[in-house]
Design a protein around this ligand. Sequence first.
Ligand code: HDD
Length: 716
Amino acid sequence: MLHVHSALLATALASLASLSHAQCPFADVGNLAARAEGLSSRSHLADFEVDDSEGYMTSDVGGPIEDQEVLTAGERGPTLLEDFIFRQKITHFDHERVPERAVHARGAGAHGTFTSYGDYSNITAASFLGEAGKETPIFVRFSTVAGSRGSADTARDVHGFATRFYTDEGNFDIVGNNIPVFFIQSAIQFPDLIHAVKPSPDSEVPQAATAHDSAWDFFSQQSTTLHTLLWAMAGYGLPRSYRHMDGFGVHTYRLVTDDGTSRLVKWHFKSKQGRASLVWDEAQHLAGKNPDFHRRDLWDAIAAGHAPEWELAVQVVDEEAAAAWDFDLLDPTKIIPEELAPLQPLGLLRLDANPANYFAETEQVMFQPGHIVRGVDFSDDPLLQGRIFSYLDTQLNRHGGPNFEQLPINRPVAPVRNNNRDGAAQNLIHKNTAPYSPNTRNKGYPRQAGRDEGRGFFTDPNRKIASDSSLVRRRPQSFADHWSQPRLFYNSLTPVEQQLLIDAIRFEVSHVSPDIQENVLVQLNRISHDVAVRVASTLGLDAPAADPTYYHDNTTAGLSIMGEPLPSIATLHVGLLASHRVNGSVAQATALKEAFAAMDVTAAVVAETMGHGVDSTYAASDAVAFDGIVATNGLDVLLASKAKSPLYPTRRPAQIVEDGYHWGKPIGYMGSSAAARVAEGDGVYAVDSVDALVDAFKQGLATFKFTNRFALDEES
Ligand code: HDD
């Protein structure tokens, strides 16, 4: 029935979209088509949606009311206790919040569809991977880890990448990050890690940041953190957008086939937009200028019909071969280099619908690594084992009871039948009066499902534990090397990325106490003497003597972000600087905007005042808003060092170009504006025609960051 509804709506909107602009009763035909398409990926929520587009206001129990004045004893008298309308409204408001997530509080989500490329029953019994073209609704929530719900999107941090597949055999969640490794090896240390990176317990400072004593005290005392720390200090901590980052399941999981064959795997989500990152100075500006930068980017791209896409892939591991590797697959601080196990693509994720209500969908979605489906199983990774417990517990706390899985965003599309009963906010009316198993009163239903009946989970999951099964509180020796893979990561970056990583550590560690700085240098020195020396130079300290136990020159492919051009420039955003004082400038910017639109690149015309095709003013614009910047013909007038105007802060037009240049963005000068150019070189284009500019920017935007503008230590 639901499907009929949305199909009808989709058809109606599609036929509206096919009308010409003149015929259509709505202005934005393109968006209507996009909404119709998006609706299908969240159609399982349709039954729960509230449409207030008509009707009278009512109380929570349905009686029509007015709610703008309280009931008082006389016009100037006291408010009456009997005013049930007032009390209901205020009481509901007082209870509007649920506890924010203890970690990953700040985030944004979207709906979409996963499409399987093929029938993968040779590696898993999971039904959503059982057929080419099979579609499964999904919801993905992206997040930062440390900050509170209101913190800035561009804080340097690991980023959450949590995906729910609403499969026809139940919900499957991959609760991952944009970095393939984690700080600790055992879940029992998670509270320690989080207490160390969160703000200080006395002052609650700093917010959404790790440049403080407790974080680096923990990092330098707990060397398992070093690998993830290096990824976060590199571009992975500063993604350009949620759309421009990959996702990872982090742990080793298992896939199991119908005949019980089990293989170890790592989950990957590869961004079709490519990977791109900000530079730190830019990210800090953004935190003030636009703290919602990532949230808005995702929302706008989806609303404009540019659905972001990721390819789901797995590294399938041959367990016998893995036994010879010099790291343990159960250790979540390690990657499996792609040279050892290539990625096998499985299908495509496409996010094409924004939530209709942030709280109901994004805030109330409650992921759990324990949400698995037949065909997927766990490994003995001690971090994963602990997470399976923790997420259920945290959802009980956030929701206040055990019925959170009944919330629309959590409810599976597969039927739920069991003997769990009652509890706060029970939404269902169970009619079975024999809610126990085994029973005869309900003819034994709901029946037990197993591997061979009812497509249940495997009663015998074909997993073995180590033969030495005495109880211990210690980690295996195979988890003991915490320095070789951080070095592998560092070696695999370009020199500029290495420099930016070192600069990030310099920034962070400059904020911590001298004794902690010394401890940090000891750990960095185990990874690389060069890194330790370069960080020590900023701190005015001596690095320890080289400690070569873990030094090596190995590299692995696919880790550099800045070394590769973007596969697509669609939906990147260009600033077109114009002036009402220069004849033809706004017209030229408008022509550029149209030419960019033909390549699905969005652009904003900036001038002193709004009107006549201008999208933003210099008073409101900043280089952080743009992936590339173009000064139109004649703009040298505004860029000149003495140019002043009461319409914008001093030197704002020139500052936009200069900041854009220093942050590595492509810069275009049209005609005479080149007279005011900041510098020449790669990614700086002085041209005369719209066509030449757009042509140059195709390559410029794909390069994304012109890294030769960033200084290397040896050049200073
Ligand atoms: Fe966690 C949330 C990812 C280790 C305990 N975690 C949370 C979210 C993501 C991750 C993406 C946000 C989900 C959402 O959007 O709602 N966490 C990870 C990854 C880890 C990891 C990739 C290591 C591989 N986490 C981890 C450990 C524990 C937790 C070891 C506890 C033992 N994580 C939680 C939590 C959260 C959470 C406290 C907070 C809110 C929630 O679960 O739903 O239970």
